[in-house]
Design a protein around this ligand. Structure first.
Ligand code: FAD
Length: 408
């Protein structure tokens, strides 16, 4: 007689997608075991949104994602914004909407979301085991999952909800990729995304802590140019802030081959920069370069930009040459930097790449390599931009898979 514990559904990983899948499966009458390798479940939920948890976005759509957007689209069909909002309200989490459709718990604390999910799972009868890492998964008639301590578990359906290797201090690891490979899956190259960057220009350190609204463009002036508008934060090593984080996912595959040019446009709303500079110079002919920028740019940015552009500091604007006008116009519209590297995984909020979605049924999230296995969330080759899109995708995956599992 086989005395290995048997479950209908074994969910590996008690993060955003795993908690949702376990809860929805248990609500449908299944006997569910939820495994978590850390001491606590939902650690990335807890650190998300600077501890406030930007849990979804009122404008979520497939265009907010990279990687396999068709799979993202299918998940959004099953779990659109309103369903997500209703779900959390029914869980007892009151929410507020902030700028650009970002939704946060009204308490202002991510614990509201993580705790609501943990309690709902317990109430629905989910068995949660923390400090239990799955290290091996085999499929014969049923799934056999081995834990790091050697214990064996069995289940009819198995769910990989292990997340990515980003942010190891909150549970990120390679574990999910290893388990997916054991089940026959291929992993597309994985790179940091929603991640700050190092730049070659060391003088940027002079701007440490300064923020500005910009349009950031990678490979400016080329056909493959990628842009994002928003806030940039200058750091001791380079550039951060939402506008940079949102384009960082494009960098990984290219940085392996060499540095990538990036440009900052401080006046994206002004199409003809040279005309703008000339008009301002005509209005204030007696000002020097530094005074010219007063009221236009943060003082430290203006000083560095003047140095980079090689403009003589004390020369009155009325004596600027044609070349100076062009240089100033070019620099305020496309201030050039050179990205040399992405910051380490411990600073990345998510991973681009992951389990190849061509091996997944988009409508059910069931593995095409290993029937009965479901793969969810950030482990898949889908990543969202900053604004609540990654958590929305994770919840949506958990919901989609749980509903797709056959009734007992
Ligand atoms: C600092 C930070 C801030 C963020 N802020 C936001 C935000 O505000 N809004 C937003 O939408 N997204 C945000 N994200 C991204 C978001 O948190 C993730 O995309 C989301 O949590 C992914 O959900 P998941 O279920 O795929 O993985 P996770 O939530 O990472 O969960 C995976 C879980 O599986 C466990 N696990 C892994 N392997 C095993 C194993 N072998 N056995 C047992 N357990 C295992 C892990 O410990 C982890 O708890 C942020 C991320 C970070 C790091």
């Amino acid at each position: 007689m086989n005395d290995t514990p048997f479950y209908d559904v074994l969910v590996i990983g008690a993060g955003a997608s795993g908690l949702m899948c376990a809860l929805q499966s248990a609500r449908r009458g299944k006997k569910v075991l939820l495994l978590e390798k850390e001491k606590q479940c939902g650690r990335k939920i807890l650190v998300s949104g600077n501890g406030r948890c930007n849990l979804t976005n009122a404008f979520v759509c497939a265009a907010d994602y990279r990687g396999n957007t068709q799979l993202a689209q299918a998940v959004l069909r099953h779990f659109p914004f309103q369903k997500c909002l209703d779900f959390f309200h029914q869980l007892g989490v009151l929410t507020v909407e902030e700028e650009n459709g970002r939704i946060f718990p009204r308490t202002g604390k991510s614990t509201a979301v993580a705790e609501a999910l943990r309690l709902a799972c317990a109430e629905a009868g989910v068995e949660l085991r923390t400090e239990s890492e799955a290290v091996k998964i085999e499929k014969k008639k049923t799934f056999k999952v081995t834990l790091a301590d050697g214990q064996m578990l069995q289940a009819k359906y198995c769910v990989l909800a292990c997340g990515s290797k980003a942010y190891p201090q909150a549970g990120g690891s390679e574990s999910g990729y290893k388990l997916a490979r054991q089940a026959g899956h291929h992993i597309t190259p994985v790179f940091q995304t929603l991640c700050a960057v190092n730049v070659k220009e060391k003088a940027v350190a002079r701007l440490q802590g300064v923020r500005a609204q910009v349009k950031v463009t990678l490979w400016p002036g080329t056909q493959k140019a990628v842009s994002n508008e928003g806030e940039v934060l200058f750091t001791a090593y380079g550039l951060s802030g939402p506008a940079v984080l949102n384009v960082s996912g494009f960098l990984g595959p290219h940085l392996a081959k060499g540095a990538v040019p990036i440009a900052l446009d401080f006046f994206a709303d002004i199409p003809d920069k040279e005309k703008f500079v000339r008009a301002r110079a005509a209005a204030f002919p007696g000002r020097n370069a530094k005074e010219f920028f007063a009221g236009l740019l943060h003082e430290n940015i203006a000083n560095l930009l003047i140095d980079f552009a090689g403009v003589r500091k004390n020369l009155p604007v009325s004596q600027w040459t044609e070349n100076t006008f062009k240089t100033v116009a070019k620099n305020i519209g496309a201030w050039p930097f050179t990205v040399t590297a992405l910051r380490p995984w411990s600073e990345a909020m998510a991973a681009a790449g992951g389990v190849n979605c061509a091996e997944i049924n988009y409508n059910t999230l069931e593995s095409l390599c290993c029937p009965g296995l479901y793969i969810l969330g950030e482990l898949l080759d889908v990543d969202g931009r900053s604004g609540g899109f990654n958590l929305h995708f994770a919840w949506g995956c958990g919901y989609t898979a749980a509903l797709a599992m056959p009734e007992e």
